[in-house]
Design a protein around this ligand. Sequence first.
Ligand code: ZN
Length: 98
Amino acid sequence: MTITVDVREQVRQRANFACEFCGVTEIDTGGQLTIDHFQPSTKQGSDSLKNLIYCCIRCNQYKLDYWSTHANEPVLWKPRHEPHSKHFLELKDAHFTH
Ligand SMILES: [Zn+2]
């Protein structure tokens, strides 16, 4: 299915024009970011607003179509529903690890 211009705009505004994973903004990158399927469409993810996430190219390329299907695989951070501290540890030098 195709994501309409209206849906794309809703996702952008809901994310306040910033990557929902890392926080980089459209101003930082000089253009619009990507619309990503949190649960990949190749793995039965839908085009619903609930499943769409505003995402910079770097985070999108890092995530690709990862989707855990077994209990022993890491699950993705859900940035609209979970604090980042559940998945990342801020180091003393202000870098993050997971
Ligand atoms: Zn990002």
